[in-house]
Design a protein around this ligand. Sequence first.
Ligand code: CU
Length: 124
Amino acid sequence: MKKLLLLLVSLFFVFSCTKTEEKPEVVVDIKVSKDGYSPSEITIPRGKVVLFRITALDDGIPAGYGQSSGHCFYILPPYDVMVKNIHKGQTKEIKVKMIYPGDFIFTCPYCSGIFPTNGELHVK
Ligand SMILES: [Cu+2]
């Protein structure tokens, strides 16, 4: 019986996804540009469903041939959620259930090596 329970609990963690379609309880507006994210530090209560709305103020770095892929909003594992290709003037959204407490980094994998596009997410 105990083994079965353990199995069920571990299955729950394997299949539970932090990306959600639940109704958001908190809305966080973030701007991203070559100057980084604003705000770059965000604190959210644990367990809340958060709607992140990310607006790009510029196009980031050119990906080649003068084209740009825009910016990203990537929350590192265990959240591991990413919004890609946010172009200048665009706002993209993602809903995340903040089930893991702790301090997490969010970044733009496209340009964080060149620009200060890094931020910290605190889930308490
Ligand atoms: Cu970027």
